[in-house]
Write a protein of this length. Structure first.
Length: 340
């Protein structure tokens, strides 16, 4: 199981980094998305990208230390730094998804009143970061400082932390998207009057709804697991592997369920493949034979053309030009044509 966990870490490292980079590129280059919404979406996918790039190789290193009984590597300060970074980024991602779903719900229920401003989005992102750092340090610092805490008190702190950081954001997201579905049904006739904007809104809502569903199936079990009193280490590895999988699934469903994003990615991939085939064309023996025959024919033509060149002679009008060739010249010309 630990060997599978190591392989899973590197798979998430590669595919998750690629998928979240593509999702960020789609958000950055989208002209229809407002800057305030873009900022919230950055807060969703940028932590995921950092989680894939930074934490997955370090987690694989720690699991290798467990397998090889490397006590020094397992108890190093790198492990505690990893825990702080991982908890902060994972919490920011879930809170940002909840914030996006909340503002999307408000925009669909009353689009004329609740328009997301850029300063509001900045305040929300700063609050999310401050809350994630504060709660993570509040849980990890007592252990780092060596305080002795009662077992029941420590369990109560953990339960409160995971309720606030994982369970509540997932429940808020699910509730908001349930209200979003009701609002889309209610506003169906009104949105049909403005086809262009309605299509963009529906695609954006559909893509984030897919992200919400993936979090419901992959993140919610992880939240429930941390509320158990004394789970086994086997369940710990399995549920965290399930949770890490959403680092890959979230950007895939976000891009895949948005038609404009999907078409742009497919076009760029096709352009990249075309560029690669033009720069590095595949050669075959048939093409080599054909090219050599073409070269030979061209050489023959060039030799004949050079031989056939004659100096231009200007003949005055009204006079005939006579060219007298000696027998030796005629024979040399005939021999040369025979050789050709």
């Amino acid at each position: 199981l630990l060997l599978a966990a190591i392989v899973h870490c590197y798979v998430v490292f590669v595919l998750g980094s690629l998928g979240n980079s593509v999702a960020l590129w789609c958000v950055v280059t989208c002209n229809k998305t407002k800057p305030a919404v873009k900022l919230l979406l950055y807060t969703v996918f940028l932590p995921l990208l950092l989680l894939c790039l930074v934490t997955r190789p370090l987690v694989a290193h720690i699991i290798t230390a467990i397998l090889t009984c490397d006590v020094v590597s397992f108890n190093s300060s790198l492990k505690y730094v990893l825990g702080i970074v991982y908890s902060t980024l994972a919490q920011m991602e879930l809170l940002a998804i909840a914030a996006v779903s909340f503002f999307r719900m408000k925009a669909l229920w009353s689009p004329q009143v609740h328009i997301l401003r850029l300063r509001v989005a900045v305040a929300v992102v700063v609050s999310i970061g401050f809350f994630a750092v504060l709660t993570t340090l509040g849980v990890t610092m007592p252990k780092l400082l060596g305080y002795q805490i009662d077992r029941q008190v420590w369990r109560g702190i953990n339960v409160l932390y995971f309720l606030l950081s994982t369970m509540v954001p997932v429940l808020v997201t699910v509730t908001c998207y349930a209200l979003i579905i009701l609002a889309m049904r209610r506003n169906q006739c009104r949105l049909a009057s403005n086809h262009t904007s309605s299509v963009h809104r529906v695609e954006a809502t559909r893509s984030m709804l897919a992200v919400c569903i993936s979090n419901l199936f992959l993140s919610f079990p992880h939240s429930v697991f941390h509320l158990l009193e004394d789970p086994s280490f086997t369940l710990h590895v399995i549920f965290h592997m399930l949770f890490y999988t959403h680092f890959i699934v979230d950007p895939i469903v976000f891009v895949g369920f948005n038609q404009s994003f999907r078409h742009r990615v497919v076009e760029r991939v096709g352009a990249g493949v075309t560029w690669m085939t033009q720069c590095c064309p595949w050669t075959s023996p048939t093409s080599n034979i054909h090219s050599s025959s073409v070269t030979e024919t061209t050489d023959q033509k060039s030799s004949v053309t050079v031989f056939d060149l004659k100096p231009s002679i200007t003949v005055p009008s009204g006079k005939k030009s006579t060219v007298t060739e000696t027998p030796e010249q005629k024979s040399s010309v005939t021999d040369h044509h025979h050789r050709l």
